[in-house]
Design a protein around this ligand. Structure first.
Ligand code: IPE
Ligand code: IPE
Ligand code: MG
Length: 246
């Protein structure tokens, strides 16, 4: 019998384990990141084919700056390369690309490439591919609070108008639905400062598979696990809607 999978609309990914993948092979960590990027390109294509509407991946955290300088430089070089390459990939697969995170810390040419990528793909309607770079959940919330304060002080926002929805509109993810499923590779059971607000009712799935080894089969296995979950959103029965009911 053919299997019917209920495809989650929004999948968030913590692609972890590039370093361990390289170490296992006696290679420098950078080689793990390079292979990890190739895996990601394939997985984005698979996700689009499966009918996933939003894929949000954690590419570089606000804490990742504390890694050795040569690893950080190698990661920046990879972003630079993919910022260009993704223009072609996005056109081929109808991807709309969006970056979340604080981008002013990047070199001006990289910021320009990111802006161009968002601008040139904004009318694509297939998969929304969201990339978190220099992203931290606490940093995102702190920046949002600053903008809320600006708007309050300028008289554009009244205290009584602040609701969960209003606050969410100040986050980097404004306009995106909350993730339905979070997949973390490489077995670590933590969020590492990822999407702290948005993951409130997301189903969590952790696999021991190292990110560079991840593939379509692994993605389908994660979705199968998701399909067996009963999402209750604080109630007593399974519900299918996206957000917790108030
Ligand atoms: C994830 O792989 C990629 C980034 C954080 C940029 P890691 O580099 O964290 O790999 P491990 O966890 O050391 O194996
Ligand atoms: C989370 O992975 C960040 C990304 C995948 C970009 P880390 O490898 O940085 O997280 P920790 O250090 O294991 O918590
Ligand atoms: Mg890691």
């Amino acid at each position: 019998m053919e299997e019917t999978l209920q495809i989650p609309a929004h999948v968030a990914l913590i692609l972890d384990g590039n370093g361990r993948w390289a170490k296992k092979r006696g290679l420098p960590r950078q080689m793990g990141h390079k292979k990890g990027c190739e895996t990601l390109e394939q997985v984005v294509e698979d996700a689009a084919r499966l009918g996933i509407k939003y894929l949000t991946v954690y590419g570089f955290s606000t804490e990742n700056w504390s890694r050795p300088g040569d690893e950080v430089s190698a990661l920046m070089q990879l972003f630079r390369y993919y910022a260009k390459r993704l223009l072609k990939v996005a056109a081929e697969h109808g991807l709309r690309i969006r970056m979340i995170g604080e981008r002013s810390r990047f070199a001006p040419d990289l910021v320009e490439a990111i802006n161009r990528l968002e601008e040139e793909t904004k009318d694509n309607t297939n998969l929304n591919f969201v990339i978190a770079v220099n992203y931290g959940g606490r940093d995102e919330i702190t920046r949002a609070v600053r903008r809320v304060m600006d708007d309050c002080m300028a008289g554009r926002l009244k205290k009584e108008d602040m609701t969960e929805q209003t606050f969410a509109s100040y986050l980097d993810t404004a306009g995106l639905p909350d993730p339905d499923l979070l997949i973390r590779t490489s077995g670590e059971l933590r969020l590492s400062n990822y999407l702290l607000w948005q993951l409130a009712y997301t189903e969590l799935y952790v696999t021991d598979c190292l990110w560079p080894d991840f593939n379509r089969e692994e993605l389908i296995t994660a979705i199968r696990h998701y399909n067996r979950r009963e999402r209750r959103f604080g109630g007593v029965e399974a519900r299918t809607e996206q957000s917790p009911q108030k």
